[in-house]
Ligand binder design. Structure first.
Ligand SMILES: CN1c2c(nc(N)[nH]c2=O)NC[C@@H]1CNc1ccc(C(=O)N[C@@H](CCC(=O)N[C@@H](CCC(=O)N[C@@H](CCC(=O)O)C(=O)O)C(=O)O)C(=O)O)cc1
Ligand code: HCS
Ligand code: ZN
Length: 775
């Protein structure tokens, strides 16, 4: 590189890619079902990229490299895997005749096949976005196996937009990887750094040749405490950017979203990268000494929150920018994280009150905020009006009706320790055994059954008013009956109603609680083609009326088996909503906890003996820095206990966790004091049972034995084998048998077969246990 091009004064770290009307989701699902071909999928993808470029350019991101090239067909981590050839051996050789991993290979890695398990999926830092975990071993053969990001750059350029291609950086990529199944014990993916760097370098050279001026290498793992020693990471960072800055390449921006860089800032400052992004929203403005180290580089100040939807406090951001400027650095303005975590545009939500809308900023509004702040950097007076307006709007939130409800606050203030504690487990266990009389290895499911197109269509018609609420209710009841009959036929011990009436396990509760508002078009990608519409939790939370009770009562009336009541826990409701930023999260969680506590009391009164309070997001919100984790675990566990501790001894409280690795929070899971905990385990081949054993987990536990993330049907023998592993680590009297998670994303054909295999495998293992105990 001869002279470093100027970094754009205003840019976003990333932008949503699912399409303003979920066009990508629809095209991908149509491609998977065979109703469109690859060319049509490609056309849809290109259209989304062009619409994005035009929109961001119109919003003022019109300098070269201001538009992030963050389009992806499925996942940004999978994108790297397919570019560098990281294919686990169980897939065989997925390359096409040209030696490339094409779109079919790409989706095979994501979704698996009838014979081969897909890549594992887990949370992207503390977000509700999920990436596909690379599997790296000593034998992984790295080479440039795709040039899709180069082609995407060329396409945008041909249409008049010089974008900034995006890649997950090499250190983050390897830190997020797991050792492949065939790797020797103790193998660390980071040990393959020297082997992936030449492939990254080749890709950077190709981007430079295509005319890219800047490339963004995203290194969020550098803001999270890792299990690896920090000196090892410092060496890996230094070495990576020594190699990647040595060859032909665009100018390099390293982005570090989700918090402060701490010890890694000097390492990146000492490297030859051209620009460093710092998260100055969740992190902080680095100290003057740290900033001094960055002389000669552009600092991209992430002052606009990319992860939540509140309008930016422009005055506070301007003060942060002043601090950067005071260090005499070349400063550019951006978001703290990619805006892929927020919806496209507040203006699409005309059903929200103008007041609420005025408090919000989705991705497009954030682009405008970044542009305003860049103007402020150039000429503070030019932004004076916008800053004053933002300050006034933010102040108006505090006084708005519903933000502060004295009755809710008084109830919280009156809580005592007793409100967070149930009787001793032994007492509850005896009462529940008597009340439920379950066989050993009780079988159950996690709650949802397939959300068929008929169910979704009925809900869409009810929302439009083309069927009445009563007609919708009848259709849902018919579905519940079908699901109950199916479970009876298969032979489950504890039944569920199937959750057909819920659009989403969080949005449904948000729609039925005061203090929340919901969007119509505010879709955010959760994984692959799956999206959610996170609700907006803006006020004090109360429950005006029972939410789930009539559905549960009806379902219980259809069977003599116990019917689980199904609720979503306070931490998950917070994690999967956009939550108010004007009070500690723990206070908000306790408000939700109290609403759920009332719901549990009503379920008990309706004769429901088992109540599951799902907390799949407990791990997600765990702070990335160790120092912050204890206080988080304290409030999060307490809010669950507040929700559940009002239940009687004979009521069995279940909880459920998924989409993460839970070993590190096993103490907190124990602290929830649930009578039974189901945990995702099948895709990671029961890894979690070792943690449970080491911890001495003493209550009921159901490690998942059916991976519901793919259409693959687990054979009866496979389930028997997983149960065999589980019984070696968990006492049989504690063990439950269940899938990894709910079945809402599955179809009936594979679900029914899988559930029959699960129940039959359980019967087989019960018989084996009986024989071995007789022997
Ligand atoms: C369990 N998980 C969840 C997470 N986060 C949540 N908020 N919810 C979760 O369940 N995070 C971790 C995991 C994994 N993540 C997901 C995320 C999303 C899904 C999923 O299945 N999403 C569905 C959309 C669900 C929904 O909101 N459905 C609505 C609207 C349905 C719809 O698209 N309707 C059409 C009209 C249909 C018609 O006319 O026939 C429309 O609006 O255009 C509903 O059911 O009413 C998805 O498809 O992406 C799973 C796991
Ligand atoms: N009860 C929910 C939990 C998902 S994490 C379901 O079954 O879909
Ligand atoms: Zn789950």
């Amino acid at each position: 590189m001869s002279t470093t091009p100027v970094f754009p004064t205003a840019s976003l770290l990333g932008y949503p890619r699912i399409g303003r009307r979920r066009e990508l989701k629809k095209a991908i699902e149509a491609f998977w079902s065979g109703s469109i071909d690859e060319a049509a999928l490609d056309t849809a993808a290109k259209e989304i990229q062009l619409v994005t470029a035009r929109r961001l350019s119109d919003l003022g991101l019109n300098e070269d490299a201001a538009i992030p090239g963050t389009f992806s067909y499925y996942d940004q981590v999978l994108d790297v895997s397919t570019h560098i050839g990281a294919v686990p051996s169980r897939f065989g050789d997925l390359r096409n005749a040209a030696g490339e991993l094409d779109i079919n290979a790409y989706f095979t890695l994501a979704r698996g096949t009838a014979e081969v398990q897909p890549l594992e999926m887990t949370k992207w830092f503390d977000t509700n976005y999920h990436f596909l975990v690379p599997e790296i071993g000593p034998e992984t053969n790295f080479s440039l196996t795709s040039k899709r990001i180069v082609e995407q750059f060329e396409f945008a350029k041909a249409n008049g937009f010089v974008t900034r291609p995006y890649l997950v950086g090499p250190v983050t990529y390897l830190l997020l990887s797991k050792a492949s199944l065939d790797a020797p014990a103790g193998f660390s993916p980071l040990s393959r750094l020297e082997d992936i760097l030449p492939v990254y370098a080749e890709l950077l050279a190709a981007l430079a040749a295509a005319g890219a001026t800047w490339v963004q290498l995203d290194e969020p793992a550098l803001v999270a405490d890792q299990q690896v020693d920090v000196a090892v990471i410092q060496n890996a960072v230094a070495r990576s950017y020594e190699v990647l800055t040595a060859g032909k390449r665009p100018a390099i921006l390293v982005s570090t979203p989700f918090g402060a860089l701490n010890e890694l800032l000097p390492t990146l400052a000492a490297s030859s990268i051209d620009a460093l992004h710092v998260d100055a929203f969740k992190g902080a403005v680095p100290s003057a000494d740290e900033l001094a180290l960055l002389a000669g580089k552009t600092v991209v100040a992430g002052v606009v929150d990319g992860h939540n939807i509140w309008r930016n406090d422009l005055a506070a951001s301007a003060a942060r920018l002043d601090a950067f400027k005071a260090a005499g650095l070349s400063v550019a303005v951006s978001t703290s994280t990619s805006t892929q975590h927020v919806p496209y545009d507040v203006e699409q939500e005309s059903q929200l009150s103008p007041q609420l809308r005025s408090w919000l900023a989705f991705a497009d509004q954030k682009a405008a905020e970044v542009v305003t702040l860049a103007a402020y950097l150039a000429d503070p007076a030019s932004a004076a009006h916008a800053i004053a307006e933002a300050t006034a709007v933010i102040a108006s939130r505090a006084a708005a009706p519903g933000v502060n409800r004295p009755a809710v606050r008084a109830r919280l203030a009156a809580l005592t320790t007793a409100d967070f504690n149930r009787s001793a487990y032994e007492v509850r266990e005896a009462a529940q055994e008597e009340a439920l009389a379950l066989p050993p290895l009780p079988t159950t499911t996690i709650g949802s059954f397939p959300q068929t197109s008929e169910i979704r269509s009925a809900r869409a018609r009810a929302n439009k008013g083309t069927i009445t609420g009563a007609e919708y209710g009848q259709l849902m009841k018919a579905e519940i009956k079908r699901v109950v009959d199916l479970q009876e036929d298969i032979g489950f011990d504890v039944l569920v109603h199937g959750e057909p009436e819920r659009n989403d396990m969080v949005q449904y509760f948000a729609e039925n609680l005061e203090g929340f508002s919901v969007t119509v078009h505010g879709w955010v990608q959760s994984y692959g083609s799956r999206c959610t519409r996170p609700s907006i939790l803006w006020g004090d939370v109360t429950r005006e009326a029972p939410i789930t009770v009539e559905w549960a009562r009806y379902a219980q009336s259809l069977t003599d088996k116990p019917m689980k009541g199904m609720l979503t826990g306070p931490v998950t409701i917070l994690a999967w909503s956009f939550v108010r930023d004007d009070q500690p999260l723990g206070e908000t969680a306790n408000q939700v906890g109290l609403a759920l506590r009332d719901e549990i009391a009503d379920l008990e009164a309706a004769g429901i003996k088992i109540i599951q309070v799902d907390e799949p997001a407990l791990r997600e919100l765990l702070p990335l820095r160790h120092a912050d984790q204890a206080s988080y675990l304290d409030w999060s566990v307490n809010s669950f206990r507040l929700a559940t501790a009002g239940a009687g001894d004979a009521t069995s409280i279940h909880t459920h966790l998924c989409y993460s690795e839970f070993g590190v929070i096993i103490d907190a899971i124990d602290g929830l004091d649930a009578d039974v905990t189901s945990i995702e385990a099948a895709r990671s081949r029961m890894e979690v049972v070792n943690d449970l054993e080491t911890h001495g987990f003493g209550r009921g536990v159901g490690p998942g034995v059916y991976d519901i993330h793919s259409p693959r049907v687990p054979g009866q023998g496979e389930v028997t084998e997983l149960l065999g592993t589980a019984v070696k680590h968990v006492p049989v009297r504690q063990l439950w048998v269940n899938p990894d998670c709910g079945l809402k994303t599955r179809g009936y054909a594979e679900t029914e077969k899988s559930l029959r295999n699960l129940v039959n495998a359980t019967k087989e293992v019960r018989a084996q246990l009986l024989t071995s105990s007789v022997d």
